[in-house]
Write a new protein. Structure first.
Length: 113
């Protein structure tokens, strides 16, 4: 079963509090969704690769870099995490609850949709 991280755990990893290198934030939603709301943390790399484009764009990701995948509620990103694990990615995680949970728990200024 793919590893899920809470919003607080993702924030801790992104800010260095966890003592780990910051992950890439991989948004697997559609571009129109990303235009509505995105997770942005200073100093943390982010990339938008919609789930349907991942197979063609897999070479844009480094299998050695930790990756946190997210979508709206965490369902699509959970599937992406499972796919990436099958491709040999070892440090790949799902943001439990997706960007919706992030906007409720971490950044209430982030629009919900």
């Amino acid at each position: 079963m793919p590893t899920q991280l809470s919003c607080a755990e993702v924030l801790s990893r992104c800010t260095g509090e966890a003592g780990l290198p910051p992950p890439l934030l991989l948004d697997v939603r559609q571009p129109w969704e990303a235009e509505l709301a995105r997770i942005r943390i200073e100093g943390v790399s982010e990339r938008l690769i919609p789930m349907g484009e991942l197979v063609q764009r897999l070479d844009e990701l480094d299998p050695l870099q930790p990756v946190v995948c997210y979508c709206h509620h965490g369902v699509r990103s959970l599937q992406v995490v499972a796919f990436l694990e099958r491709q040999g990615f070892e440090s790949v995680y799902n943001l439990a609850g997706g960007i919706d949970a992030w906007s409720c728990e971490i950044d209430p200024a982030l629009p919900r949709y």
